[in-house]
Design a protein around this ligand. Sequence first.
Ligand code: FAD
Length: 397
Amino acid sequence: MHNYDVVVAGGSVSGLFAAREIAISGFKVCVLEEDHEIGTPEHCGGVISMTGLNELGILPSIKSAYADIKEAEISSLNHKFTVSAKNQKVLIIDRREFDKQIAFQAQRNGADIKTMCRVISINHNDKNISSNNPQNIGSDDKHNFIIKTNNEIFSSKFFIDARGISSLIQTNRKGVLLSAQYEIYSKNFESDKIRIKFDSVRFPGFFAWVIPTGHGKAKVGVAGNAINVVPTIKRYLDEICSSYSTIRKIFAPIWVAGPTPSFIRGRYVIVGDAAGQTKPTTAGGIYSCGMGGILAGRSISQYLHGHEEKLFDYEKNWFSKFGSEFEKMLLFRKLIERLDNRAIDKIFDTISKSNLDEISNSTDFDFHSSAISKILGIKGITKILNALVGNELRRIF
Ligand SMILES: Cc1cc2nc3c(=O)[nH]c(=O)nc-3n(C[C@H](O)[C@H](O)[C@H](O)COP(=O)(O)OP(=O)(O)OC[C@H]3O[C@@H](n4cnc5c(N)ncnc54)[C@H](O)[C@@H]3O)c2cc1C
C-alpha cells in the first residue's frame, strides 16, 4: 500500500496542475494515469490565449507551440465575417508536449506520476464509491481513501477526480455532444487563421472548425447534437479542401452543459472536465479546467496545513472567476440551439465592418461573452432574435 496525502486520478491538465500546487506546498501527491504516456492520446484543438497560459503559470516551450493566431473567420451558409485577435495573443499548442511540461513542473516539485495505472475502485469508510458519485461521503468524514488500480493499491487523505468527461457522462449524458477531429495536411490552410462554420442542419448546437498547426497542417473538426460524425466530417473536408491526407483521427465526446453544482464532497474533490469546467460555447477547457486544478490544489494544501475552512475556497474562487461568464455562455448556447440556418444567415449579413472593428478591439478570448453580447446587441440582430427567442434574449441582457 502506497500512502499519500493526495491521490489524483487522471494525468491531464486539471490533475497535473492540482498535483503541481500540492507538491509546491510540500505535501505527498501521486497522479495516476491510465494511458501509457502523459499527453497521449491527445484529444484537443490546443487553442489557448497567452493570458490564460500566464495565469496557469506555464510558458509553452518551442516544441509545444505550433502557431500564433491573427484572426478567426466565422461563416454561416452564405455569409462570413472575420474577427481579428488585436487585443490578445492566441496560440495553438501541442497538448502532447504541453501536458508533459506541466507534468515536469509537478515532478520537479516532488509529485509522483504513474502511467499505465488505471483507477479501478475507490473505497472510503468501507464503502465503495462508484465513479463520480461520492454522495455517500459525509462532509466531515475523515477516513482515508483506498484506491485500487490495475497493479497497485494507494491510500490517501484526499482523492481528486480528474478523469475527464468519462466521470461526468456516467451520471449525466444530457450535456454531451459527439465530435470528430482529424489532423490533416492540405495546401488550402492559412497558418494564422482559425475557421468556424455554423450550419444548424449539419452541426446542430455546435459548429465545424479548422485549427491550423503550421506548414499546411490543421486540425479539422465537427461536433453536434446526435450527429453521425464520420460522414459529417468527410463532407466538411471535401467542401474546404480540394485534396488532403489524414494522419490522425479522434472521436471524443465534448461537454457543453456547464459546471456541476458542487466540486467538493468531504475530501473527494472533482476538477476539470469531470466537474464540467469547460466553456459551454466552444467546449474549450485548457484554461478553465487548468484553473480548476490550480484552485483545488491550493485549497487542499491550505486544508492540509490546518486551515480546514479554506477547502471551500476552491469552489468559491472558481465560481467567482468563471460562474457568471459560464451562465451567459449557457444562455448563448440555448439561443444558438434554437436558430435555423435562415436566422443565422440573416444575423451574419447584418454585421457591419464598423461592428467588427469594435468587436475585434474588445474581444477577450477567455471571457468572450461580452463580444457575443455586442453582436446580439446590434440593432438589426436584436430585431431578428426578438422575433425568434425574445425571452432568452432578455435574460442575456
Ligand atoms: C475534439 C476536442 C477539441 C478540443 N479543443 C480545445 C481547444 O482548442 N482549446 C481548449 O481550451 N480546450 C479544448 N478541448 C477541451 C480540453 O481538451 C479539455 O477541456 C481538457 O483536456 C480537460 O482536461 P482534464 O484534465 O479535465 O481532462 P482530460 O484532458 O479529459 O483528462 C482526463 C485524464 O484522465 C485519465 N483517466 C480517465 N479515467 C481514468 C482512470 N480510471 N484511471 C486513471 N486515469 C484515468 C485519461 O486518460 C486522461 O488523461 C477540446 C476537447 C475536444 C474533445
